[in-house]
Design a protein around this ligand. Structure first.
Ligand code: YXS
Length: 259
């Protein structure tokens, strides 16, 4: 059964997250299909990709597949984690990726939407960044990417409360470019896609890559990097991390100890 649909109309491709039974959780299998689909789009010279879920979904994506998070003692968001690979694949794809979003977005799926070049949402969209629900240590690349896009005080509120941020607020703080009524979302999105596809592809592709490189341009002293890694190890080696994942899998509220 495929977990990601791929269609193409002229120079515009559509990748559809297609595992509603698991709320489009970003499992290694789903991510592998998404990366393969992006590679196929690259080979076919696609000029815009629309990343979407099925029309009318309640949950666009429930984020990292919790059943695939390492149980403890291992970095859950290491460089080669499938979700990190997908985020890099979207950010380095040589054409704009539009996220067309309906329903709720959770955890790492929020970062996936931010990795897309132009996030467009319906009014029922919410974004919840949830490592604190699971006891997960976030990774520095992810934190930098998010704080590059969203005001740091809003980023802190999202991480510290794990509360879903509604669409209008997401628009105000720069997570969404547009909020469009559900009935008009597809027309609006594909009209923008067609406009982009009619422009100079090399110019757009190079500008996208320049912006990606410039956004990463942050020197970091090795000591700073070591400190950050040590902080993350403290969390992913913690009892709370083990408890957070177990509680999710056992469908019960977690009991935090702070150790
Ligand atoms: O019991 P079955 O087999 O039907 O499966 C259930 C859920 O277990 C499954 N599912 C997931 N499986 C793996 N990973 C997930 N993230 C995940 N979310 C859901 O999908 C089936 C239906 O779920 P159910 O019954 O809860 O659906 P619902 O409609 O009542 O509720 C939808 C949600 C999204 C509100 C609920 O599923 C939920 O709260 N999911 C977890 C959202 C979340 O906390 N995601 C963060 C994952 S950790 C992550 O992304 C990063 C590491 S971080 O946290 O650092 O950002």
């Amino acid at each position: 059964m495929s977990l990601v649909g791929l269609e193409q109309q002229d120079l515009v491709a559509t990748l559809t997250l297609d595992n509603d039974a698991k709320r489009n959780a970003l499992s290694a299998a789903l991510i592998a299909e998404a990366i393969t689909a992006l590679q196929s789009c690259r080979e076919r010279g696609v000029r815009v990709v629309v990343l979407r879920a099925h029309r009318g979904v309640k949950v666009w994506s429930a984020g990292h597949d919790v059943t695939e998070l390492p149980r403890s003692g291992r970095d859950p968001l290491a460089y080669d984690d499938p979700l990190e690979q997908l985020i890099r694949a979207v950010r380095s794809f040589p054409a704009p990726v539009i996220a067309m979003i309906e329903g709720t977005v959770w955890g790492g799926a929020v970062e996936l939407c931010l990795a897309c070049d132009i996030p467009i949402g319906a009014p029922n969209v919410t974004f919840a960044i949830t490592p604190a629900r699971i006891g997960v240590p976030y990774n520095p690349a992810g934190l930098l990417r998010i704080v590059n896009e969203v005001d740091p005080s809003v980023v802190k509120e999202m991480f510290f409360t794990a509360r879903p941020l509604p669409a209008q607020r997401a628009l105000e703080v720069g997570i969404l470019n547009h909020v469009v009524p559900e009935h008009d979302l597809e027309r609006f999105t594909y009209e923008m896609a067609a406009d982009i596809a009619s422009l100079a592809p090399l110019s757009i592709s190079v500008i996208k890559e320049q912006l990606r490189l410039l956004s990463n341009a942050r020197p970091m002293a090795p000591e700073t990097f070591e400190r950050i890694q040590g902080l993350r190890r403290m969390v992913y080696d913690s009892e709370d991390y083990r408890e957070g994942v177990s509680a999710f899998l056992e469908k019960r509220p977690p009991r935090w100890t702070g150790r």
